[in-house]
Design a protein around this ligand. Structure first.
Ligand SMILES: NC(=O)c1ccc[n+]([C@@H]2O[C@H](COP(=O)([O-])OP(=O)(O)OC[C@H]3O[C@@H](n4cnc5c(N)ncnc54)[C@H](OP(=O)(O)O)[C@@H]3O)[C@@H](O)[C@H]2O)c1
Length: 346
């Protein structure tokens, strides 16, 4: 089977196409025929050879999102059968209940081979079935960006009708944040560097659209748009450099979901957020900063049920073929996209 390995990253992205031997499932495992995968901000770090200060071996198959068919089933597997349409999360050990940091150790695309390949050997436990109404391409956008936004808006944010949800940027996580928040009946404020993108956001249902380049004090614009009240749930999809304004944009009792861990712009600044040192902002407004780490299999099943019931379509900017991976990465790096980039595999 054909697969891309991250290859020699000494001069940047060094992807190489290789032939790998046929995969055979062991106990509790399955082999998936990969139909679609896609790009996330974190993938760019792995494609450059490391993640959070740790290197990734040159033989690693990258990309953590997957949608495909079950091709082979190993002994002891009853969750799925051959031909089932499936997807899964990359931290496969988080099935339900609370997250534990030890679950990070087994991570498809990082410590285990990922999905930029014709086939993949995976554990059966994390697999979730794709509803008939959801295409492979749509399903392949959800495991990281869709589930993270679901966790932030629904599980941790407890978004209710009438809430104001602020989501920053127009990347993969933010687009799902917009969709889940609208599904819950919230008012959505979104920011972007581009007026053209903001026009598209309004067409997608955003109630207020703010250009963070031309309005550098965008947290004040959020307060102005909410009669001084602020946002109940804020998706910080960018990083610590934006945390101060996220806190300033909060309503009393507001929650900031800290999601952005990998650079989303080449010039990202990770300045310490001064609002954290201004105790009155945190205490007088009773704010919470909540770390978000993707989501569990149970959350993923809830998400897919909601998606099918509400006929929600992920925002996909472009779909590339398996042999156009380098073009897909270049487009991701251009910063021009809205939402997701998909790679169709087979
Ligand atoms: N915690 C988790 O479990 C988890 C899961 C998934 C992703 N993430 C992280 O979440 C972040 C976003 O991921 P993604 O896949 O959605 O990235 P992405 O698709 O690359 O989107 C990045 C977007 O960030 C926006 N942006 C950049 N600088 C900004 C700034 N200063 N202020 C506001 N927006 C800014 C840009 O929006 P415009 O082009 O509109 O300006 C850009 O489109 C990454 O750091 C990623 O690693 C974390």
């Amino acid at each position: 089977m054909k697969a891309y390995e991250i290859g020699d990253t000494s001069k940047g992205i060094g992807l190489r196409l290789v032939d790998r031997p046929a995969l055979k499932p062991g106990f509790g495992q399955v082999v998936i025929k990969v139909r679609a995968t896609g790009l996330n901000a974190r993938d760019l770090s792995i494609l450059k050879g490391g993640l959070m200060g740790k290197s990734v071996p040159s033989t690693r198959i990258p990309l953590m999102d997957v949608a495909g068919d079950v091709l082979l089933v190993g002994p002891g597997v009853s969750r799925v059968k051959v031909s089932d349409r499936v997807t899964m999360t990359h931290y496969w050990k988080w099935l339900d209940g609370a997250w534990d940091v030890s679950m990070r150790e087994e991570d498809y695309s990082n410590t285990l081979d990922g999905f930029l390949a014709e086939q993949a050997l995976v554990q059966a436990d994390p697999l979730v079935k794709i509803p008939d109404s959801v295409t492979y391409e749509d399903a392949s956008t959800i495991p990281s960006a869709g589930l993270t936004a679901w966790n932030a808006v629904i599980e941790a944010g407890h978004t209710k009708p009438g809430y104001t949800v602020l989501t920053i940027g127009t990347g993969g996580v933010s687009m799902f944040g917009l969709q889940w928040a609208k599904m819950m009946g919230a008012r959505v404020i979104i920011t972007s560097s581009s007026d053209a993108k903001l026009e598209k956001m309004k067409a997608l249902g955003a109630d207020v659209a703010i250009n963070y380049r031309t309005t550098p004090n965008w947290s004040q614009a959020v307060l102005d748009a909410t009669n001084g009240r602020g946002a109940d749930v804020v998706l910080n999809n960018v990083g610590m450099g934006e945390m101060e304004q996220c806190l300033m944009a909060c309503a009393s009792g507001g929650k900031v979901m800290y999601i952005g861990a990998n650079a989303v712009t080449p010039d990202r600044k990770d300045a310490p957020p001064t609002a954290l040192t201004r105790f009155p902002n945190l205490i007088i407004k009773d704010l919470t900063i909540k770390g978000i780490i993707v989501g569990s299999r149970r959350m993923f099943e809830d998400l897919l049920a909601a998606m099918a019931t509400n006929n929600i379509k992920p925002i996909i900017d472009r779909v590339y073929a398996f042999d156009q991976v380098h073009d897909a990465i270049a487009y991701m790096q251009s910063g021009d996209k809205i939402g997701k980039i998909v790679i169709r595999v087979g």
